[in-house]
Structure formats: structure tokens, C-alpha cells
Design a protein around this ligand. Sequence first.
Ligand code: NDP
Length: 246
Amino acid sequence: MGENKVVLVTGAARGIGKQIAITLAKAGYDVSVNYRTKSDELDELKSEIESEGVRCALVQGDVANFDEAEKMVKETVEQLGKIDVLVNNAGITKDGLLMRMGKEDFEKVIDINLVGTFNVTRNVIPYMIKQKSGRIISISSVVGVAGNAGQTNYSASKAGIIGFTKSLAKEVASRNILVNAVAPGFIATDMTSVLSDSVKENINNQIPLRKMGTAEDVAKVVKFLASEDSSYVTGQVINVDGGMVM
Ligand code: NDP
């Protein structure tokens, strides 16, 4: 097996997860890319990661399904030997005012964003306890900290990730496993491309840095939390939001 550290990134076929995979490959990690939907871009991503001189595994699975989460973790360990860092990134939105929100749209978002984070983490933790080290980094959102009209389901899931992170950090600190969350603000990806120009302008006016963030902005902070530079940081939520929520 290689000497490189190994990272598993969920929902890494596009957006922020893809950028995290690329950024950590450039930093010398072997990368396991979890994806839900097969696409041609996945093979391109694998080549891009391997061109950094590191190994890449592609592991299919829906994080909301416990058995599939178990399978993606097992396949990662089979192909890359271990898991040093887990990045819980897979997430969706199904926005709407509570008044009009159906139970299905509430449950779907909780199932993927929050239960999905549990499912993958639950399957990774035994390996980290055995190797007496590890990092769990989950992508929350400033909406989980500050709330947002039209996103009760999403903000509940993202606030849940914060509680999950702090509790798990206390449970596994003695095993040398650090658990943190990153709370992005508005980041330019497919998830936010659906917003109209006027909504985007309105959002920019609420951001002290006066612009949306990029996937790279988030990936750089994830890289820090995966690295030795953050060896005394656990149970924290780091906002990456241009100062939107203070
Ligand atoms: P995108 O919609 O661009 O990408 C989401 C990724 O998650 C896709 O690769 C998608 O795969 C995958 N995914 C969705 N559901 C599942 C599932 N059940 N199992 C496995 N993978 C799944 O989103 P972003 O890159 O913008 O968001 C990434 C994370 O960052 C999310 O958790 C999001 O909530 C969070 N975030 C984003 C912000 C933003 O402004 N963009 C702000 C704050 C937080 P598929 O291609 O199959 O759909």
C-alpha cells in the first residue's frame, strides 16, 4: 500500500466535492471519489487526480442508504488501503416555505444531508479508531447557523450536522480523531446557479466581501482541517462566507 494519506469525499462528482477531491490530490492524498450518478466527467476527474501522481478510486453509492455507505467505505479501504480523512460533502436542497412544504421534501433533505452524514461516518469510524487517528470534516452551511426563509428542511439538516460534529468530537477526541465542520456561505456551483440575477445581487449586498465564494475557497479550508496545521482544532465550525454571518 502507498504511503499517502487517503481521503474519501462524498458527492465528489461535481461542485464543491469535486474541487475538494482535486485540491487534496494536489496536496498528495490518494482520493476516493464517491458519486451517486455515473457520468463521463467522472473518468476525466479520475485522470485529473491521477495526473497529480496519486491514486484514485471511484466508489458509487447513495449516502442516504446505510448499506451503500458501508459498501463505499469498504471499497475505498480495499482499493486504497485505509481512510485517514472523511469529507461529508454530499448534499441537496429542496427549498420552499414551510406552509407549502410536503413531508417528503422535508424528509428527503434530512435523509441525504444529515442521515447520510451519519451513515458514512458510522462506517468509517471503526477504521479510524483501529488506526488511532483520523479526521472527519462535514460540510454544513451558514444557513444551519443563521437560518434562511424557505429552507427549514435544509437549515435543520445543516444545524444537525453541527450538533453531530460537536458530539462526535467529544466522543472520539481520546482516539486522536478530530471532527470539524465547514459552513460555506453562497458558493458558485450548480446548487446556486438556479438563483436569479436579482437574488444573487441581493445576496452579494449582504456579504461584506461583496461577492459569492468559489469551490476553491471551501476546498482550501477543508485542506487545512485535513492537515497537521489543524492538529489542535476539533469540534469547530468554520464559516467560509465572505463575512456574511459573524
Ligand atoms: P452540487 O449540487 O453542485 O453537488 C452536490 C453533489 O452531491 C453532487 O455530486 C451530487 O451527486 C451529490 N449527491 C447528492 N445527493 C447524494 C447522495 N444521496 N449520495 C451521494 N451523493 C449525492 O452542490 P454543491 O457542490 O454546491 O454542494 C456541496 C455541499 O456543500 C452540499 O452539502 C451543500 O449543501 C453544501 N453547501 C453548498 C453551498 C453553496 O452555496 N453551493 C453553501 C453551503 C453549503 P449527483 O450528481 O448524483 O446529484
